[in-house]
Design a protein around this ligand. Structure first.
Ligand code: FAD
Length: 467
């Protein structure tokens, strides 16, 4: 039979093989010429333009098992897309099979036990929507169109982390498909080593089909919003922020950002989430609101779900992106000076973000999960964004030069924010003291490195992972 499907791996995949696979699926199988293919392969970072040889839009775990077995049997590179927010574009591939989980977005909440079970294609907005109906929530990120899967598997930082820990600190169990096609549950009492590994180890160990989270009472009304200061006051604002963000109660989360307002004015913004009693929050926020006259004070009592969407519009799908991220133990004058130097010529779509980590995040031992950076510190991120592909060199150069000056002040990074050019060393840095154990578990669960389109942990047979 003539093979019309692929030119890139013609000896591996035939029309006949695809014909046999199609009726075994409840979801859709998409070939490059078929309707829906381009939409399915698109991800959040518009700079990534990759063409899988086929896409399986899974309807449930059975489809994921079929897809994994098919990719393994036909030696196809395998990509997994959940929310599609991988900066590096690892959720899509050229010439391989892409598993698209975006059709699996169900969330079931047990309000009595305060537990949610969410399918792996759910977005943060889906999880927040369902849990907030019961006045509950779990730590999630600060952009509601991010996928829960990639976020959870990378650690999960957001407004609730100082009070309730990272997303992984609230993970109770997962269902997942391993490289050999086995469907397993991993939790504290079953496949415990695998459960340890996936709490930060990314997609290295298998494809998670659902996550179970411990929820906490949150809102539904909280104190949140933005304070904006002119960029000329950024130095003073960041100095004030250093002390304020670290020394307020764990219910308080303050992100500092350098950004451009819609009118083209550069500003220093504080994005605030207070998860406790609103009156107390408003009282505690007074010093921040009064230390200088802001350009705008947009703090009010709002639904938690509104806070969770408050910066969505600034990071829409499809723009071109590049980013660099690290943890800062100090917001010293030198660090602030570097931020100000580069913020002076930040492009209108780009942002610099700082977020304070304290409280519950820091009460978990560095080796308890693969995520080792548990000290009091600030997350620091440069997200460069632009629309015209021809501008890429300019924005890449600005970000890299900025990062080169900043990097010596950082201690560690997180896999969730690594870019395509961050090599193995930055993956190792992100896992720090936990890398060795992860490499041993990779050897145990995925010795052929079948799941390699991720921040890859190389299997290491020399490590005894059974500890
Ligand atoms: C705009 C934006 C805001 C962000 N904000 C935050 C934040 O506030 N807090 C935070 O912690 N992180 C944040 N991140 C980082 C984010 O957590 C990671 O980019 C994360 O990987 C995105 O998950 P996803 O499911 O959307 O991405 P995808 O691109 O779908 O997946 C990311 C990676 O995870 C793998 N993967 C996806 N699903 C599965 C699965 N079911 N099983 C196994 N592997 C899987 C993919 O193969 C890929 O390697 C943000 C990212 C962006 C782009």
């Amino acid at each position: 039979m003539e093979n019309t499907i692929i030119a890139s791996a013609p000896n591996i995949l035939t029309d006949e093989a695809v014909k046999v696979l199609r009726p075994k699926l409840r979801g859709e199988l998409l070939l490059p010429q078929e309707e829906g293919y381009d939409k399915a392969r698109a991800i959040w970072n518009g700079m990534i333009d990759k063409r899988p040889v086929l896409i399986i839009k899974c309807a449930g775990p059975a489809d994921v098992i079929q897809a994994v077995n098919f990719a393994r049997q036909h030696e196809l590179l395998l990509a997994v897309k959940a929310g599609g927010h991988s900066f590096a574009g690892r959720s899509v591939c050229d010439g391989g099979l892409m598993i698209d989980l975006s059709g699996m977005r169900g969330v079931r909440v047990d309000p009595v036990k305060k537990i949610a079970r969410a399918e792996a294609g759910a977005l943060l907005a889906d999880l927040d929507h369902e849990t907030q109906a019961f006045g509950l929530a779990v730590t999630a990120g600060v952009v509601s169109h991010t996928g829960i899967a990639g976020l959870t598997l990378g650690g999960g930082q957001g407004y609730l982390m100082n009070k309730y820990g990272l997303t992984i600190d609230n993970l109770l169990s997962v269902d997942m498909v391993l490289a050999d096609g086995r469907f397993v549950t991993a939790c504290e009492t079953e496949n415990e080593d695998l459960f340890w590994a996936i709490r930060g180890g990314g997609g290295n160990f298998g494809i998670v089909t659902s996550f179970e989270y411990q929820l906490h009472p949150v809102g539904p009304m909280i104190v949140g919003g933005m304070l904006l200061y002119p960029i000329e006051q950024a130095r003073e604002a960041l100095r004030f922020y250093q002390d304020y963000s670290m020394n307020t109660p764990d219910e308080m989360s303050v992100i500092a950002a350098i950004l451009t307002l819609p009118e083209g004015v550069k500003a220093c913004a504080f994005i605030i989430g207070w998860m406790g009693n609103p009156e107390e929050g408003l009282r505690l926020l007074e010093p921040l609101r009064k230390f200088k006259e802001p350009l705008a004070d947009l703090i009010e009592v709002i639904p938690y779900t509104q806070l969770q969407k408050s910066i969505d519009a600034g990071v829409p799908h499809g723009m071109h992106r590049y980013n660099k991220m690290g943890y800062l133990p100090d917001l010293s004058d030198e660090v602030i000076q570097i931020i100000l130097k580069y913020s002076g010529h930040i492009n209108p779509y780009s942002m610099v973000l700082l977020n304070c980590m304290k409280g519950a995040v820091t009460r978990v031992a560095p080796e308890k999960t693969p995520f080792p950076y548990r000290s009091k510190q600030w997350y620091f991120d440069i997200t460069s964004q632009w629309i015209d592909p021809a501008e890429a060199d300019t924005h890449l150069a600005w970000t890299r030069t900025f990062w080169a000056e900043m990097e010596p002040y950082t201690r560690g990074t997180a896999v969730s924010w690594l870019s395509e050019d961050d090599g193995d060393n930055r993956v190792k840095l992100a896992y720090g003291l936990n890398y060795k154990r992860l490499a041993g578990l990779k050897q145990k669960y995925d010795p052929t490195n079948f799941f390699r389109l991720n921040n890859n942990i190389l299997p290491d047979a020399s490590v005894d992972a059974i500890k």
